[in-house]
Design a protein around this ligand. Structure first.
Ligand code: FAD
Length: 379
């Protein structure tokens, strides 16, 4: 059984790698330069069942294993970080349904996400509630069979393209985090205005949006879990999704390392390939070691998620911290290995360096990951 699962996982990884190198890598520079949302990649993911990797077969998916998903995210991120985020965020939007949804909600919505017919988004952050989401102010007031949402969410990945948005809002301001609930909101709901945010440093093709709710009605049947379960769901989701951001970071780093090794063997100075200089070899050796260390911790966090091991909170924070810091360091060093060529967009490493930065910021900045780790140490 274990062998069978491993073989399936390796087969999925191999086919994603082939697709990413053949069809996504050639698009990556253009996606970055135009900053247009890559609908062609979404369509490719739909046709090739890539979104299905994030979901279990019982809900129309192919896997549902965090480790298999991370391997797929890494392979895509080696070629294009924006495209890798499409897959990771489909998982991010699905986790709240898996964790808090009724069986009926799971059967209604998860197959739509697994096929990619619907794109998902996860709306937790607000203009005044980023690292401290418990201080959110978006309100959901009960009105007969509906809830009425008012407030602003920001930085929401897929925000203006998603069909289904998981929105966290305060239902009882007197209850603190126990007064927050989660809702499944249709992207085209009346009372929801979506404004795409422009001018990002990296992951430029990814859709990032502000969501403005003004008297937006959501049926009570679209609440996930009980009233007040929202914050618990939101945090449970982050434990499961942070390893996927670690996988994205890992892929960016691994892609940059490949570029650096290749370039160092071709580029000649002082009458020989620069790869023969120990100064370059040591840099490449350090980069490869950081990539492998990030991969070990990312896979360990995924195994904890798959085993529902309570250590997942700690390992997910450690994996995201380690992999994103490695991505920033390795991509910066890759630019250095390429010299002047590393600094222009004819080569992909400058894009990879810009893309790497976001992995230290979203799903909790690395300062917040350190807080999570320290809290566990003191417990
Ligand atoms: C491109 C992009 C996509 C995103 N996608 C999503 C999404 O899909 N859904 C979603 O809900 N959110 C999303 N986010 C939001 C992201 O999670 C937040 O930006 C992040 O959590 C930080 O919040 P903030 O930007 O408000 O920064 P702030 O919280 O204002 O932090 C500013 C600085 O202060 C530091 N800081 C804050 N508190 C502490 C502390 N206690 N100790 C030490 N340092 C601290 C932070 O680490 C940071 O360096 C996205 C953001 C971006 C940029």
């Amino acid at each position: 059984m274990a062998t069978e699962v491993r073989e399936d996982r390796q087969a999925i990884q191999a086919s994603v790698r082939e697709l990413a190198q053949a069809r996504i890598a050639p698009r990556a520079a253009e996606i970055d330069q135009t900053a247009e949302f890559p609908w062609d990649v979404v369509e490719m993911f739909r046709q090739q069942d890539i979104f299905a990797i994030a979901f279990a077969p019982e809900y129309g998916g192919l896997s549902g294993s965090a480790l298999t998903l991370a391997m797929a995210v890494e392979e895509i991120a080696k070629a294009c970080a924006t495209s890798a985020l499409l897959l990771a965020v489909q998982g991010l939007g699905g986790y709240p349904i898996l964790l808090g949804g009724s069986e009926e909600q799971k059967r209604e919505f998860l197959p739509e996400l697994a096929s990619g017919r619907k794109l998902a988004a996860y709306a937790l952050s607000e203009p005044d509630a980023g690292s401290d989401p418990a201080s959110m102010s978006t309100r959901a007031r009960r009105d007969a069979d509906d809830y009425v949402l008012d407030g602003v969410k920001t930085w929401i990945t897929n925000g203006s393209v998603a069909d289904l948005i998981v929105v966290f809002a305060v239902t009882d301001p007197d209850q603190g985090t126990k007064g927050i609930s989660a809702f499944l909101v249709d992207g085209d709901s009346e009372g929801l205005q979506r404004n795409r945010i422009h001018g990002k440093l990296g992951i430029r093709g990814s859709d990032t949006a502000e969501l403005v709710f003004t008297g937006c009605r959501v049926p009570a049947s679209r609440r996930l879990g009980a009233d007040g379960d929202g914050f618990k769901i939101a945090m449970g989701v982050l434990d499961r999704s942070r390893p996927q951001i670690a996988a994205q970071a890992l892929g960016i780093a691994a892609g940059a390392l490949d570029q650096a090794v290749q370039y160092a063997q071709q580029r000649r100075q002082f009458g020989r390939p620069i790869a023969e200089f120990q100064g370059i070899q040591f840099m490449l050796a350090d980069m490869a070691t950081q990539v492998e260390a990030a991969r070990c911790l990312t896979h360990e966090a995924c195994r904890a998620v798959d085993a529902r091991d309570p250590q997942m909170t700690l390992l997910a924070a450690m994996a995201k911290l380690t992999a994103s810091d490695a991505a920033m360091k390795v991509t910066t060093d890759a630019v250095q290995v390429l010299g002047g060529s590393g600094y222009i967009n004819e080569f992909p490493v400058e894009r990879m360096m810009r893309d790497a930065k976001i992995t230290q910021i979203y799903e909790g900045t690395n300062q917040i990951q350190r807080l999570v780790i320290a809290k566990r140490l003191m417990a």
